[in-house]
Design a protein around this ligand. Structure first.
Ligand SMILES: Nc1ncnc2c1ncn2[C@@H]1O[C@H](COP(=O)(O)OP(=O)(O)O)[C@@H](O)[C@H]1O
Ligand SMILES: [Mg+2]
Length: 307
């Protein structure tokens, strides 16, 4: 079976509210794709559409070209972790996996291997899930997702509740899975966690995709910071050269133009520069901060950014 996750124009409305708005993207085999957005952005809804739990109002989501609901014994192909708190609280971790294994037609040996894989062997596997910490539930959820030896993983906020060592462990696990040709799509509302784990990133805000690309593309700094001796003179020189610049409030300016173009315009007008450098923190971090601050959401989604 193919391994590409594809969303084509997926829209999901709840009454008059559009939770997922014309979302299209792919997650590729051999890559870890981070699905990043603030709380309420539409990540979980999109993932529920992918695994056939929420019917979309428009568009479709396929895995290897098939609707999830059309894949026979889907857990053998697609490992899913949705809400880690939704596991049967009254059962032990081992029981939860055994029941899953029975459903998928996987032997009990695999259950023990998966408990080992996620570090829940021994006493922890015997405890009831209601007594698990969020981190332990996440580990159990990961064990469950890996149980059917899938080639595609869809994981909703798997890093939530993990400590730094747990995040590091998760990163190694998912990287190894991808290096063997698997497809990983994981969501998070935390930029830095996705940054650590993902090769590709999809940024969603208010139900709309606002940026997507490789991590390298999205994190690269764009534009220039320049600080002149005489701000008015520089602004005039830049305007003369047709270069747009916005005051940054400290006597300097930010511009979409490259440093060389700013430098040339300043030199041509004889303007002295105190600082001239690639802008820091541009791109993804700024975009993400804007998404998380209510008032700026409209402008950033209306603009849309495709890297
Ligand atoms: N069953 C539902 N009924 C009504 N609104 C919903 C339902 N599920 C999700 N939503 C709304 O859709 C939006 C997106 O939710 P969700 O996909 O859970 O976002 P995320 O996972 O990115 O935090 C939120 O505003 C949420 O309140
Ligand atoms: Mg969610």
């Amino acid at each position: 079976m193919g391994r590409v996750i594809t969303l084509e124009n997926v829209t999901k409305r709840y009454g008059a509210f559009t939770a997922v708005d014309d979302v299209s993207f792919t997650a590729q085999p051999g890559r870890v794709t981070g699905f990043l957005g603030p709380n309420g952005a539409g990540k979980s809804t999109s993932m529920r559409v992918m695994v056939g739990l929420t019917p979309p109002n428009g568009g479709r989501a396929t895995i290897g070209g098939h609707l999830y609901s059309q894949i026979p014994n889907p857990a053998r192909h697609v490992g899913v972790l949705l809400d880690a708190s939704a596991q049967h609280a009254g059962r032990t971790g081992r029981e939860v996996l055994r029941i899953s294994a029975d459903t998928m037609g996987v032997g009990p040996k695999r259950v023990e291997e998966m408990l080992e894989l996620v570090g829940l062997s021994g006493n922890e596997a015997k405890r009831r899930v209601r007594n698990y910490s969020l981190g332990m539930r996440q580990r159990l959820g990961i064990a469950n997702a890996f149980l059917g030896d899938p080639s595609v993983l869809i994981l909703d906020e798997p890093v939530n509740g993990l400590d730094p060592a747990g995040i590091h462990w998760m990163r190694g696990l998912l990287r190894q899975f991808a290096s063997q040709g698997g497809t990983v799509l994981l969501s998070s509302h935390l930029l830095h966690e996705v940054e650590m784990i993902a090769d590709d990133m999809i940024l969603i805000g208010r139900g709309k995709i606002v940026a997507q690309g490789t991590k390298a593309e999205l994190l690269q700094t764009r534009g220039t910071y320049v600080k002149p001796e005489d701000p008015a003179a520089l602004l005039q020189a830049l305007q003369g050269a047709g270069v747009e610049a916005i005051p940054s409030g400290d006597g300097g300016f930010r511009s979409e133009a490259e440093p060389i173009d700013i430098g040339r315009a300043a030199a041509a007008a004889g303007v002295v520069l105190i600082e001239l450098k690639p802008a820091e923190g541009a791109g993804l971090e700024e975009m993400f901060l804007q998404l998380t601050s209510d008032d700026a959401r409209e402008s950033i989604t209306a603009q849309g950014v495709q890297v």
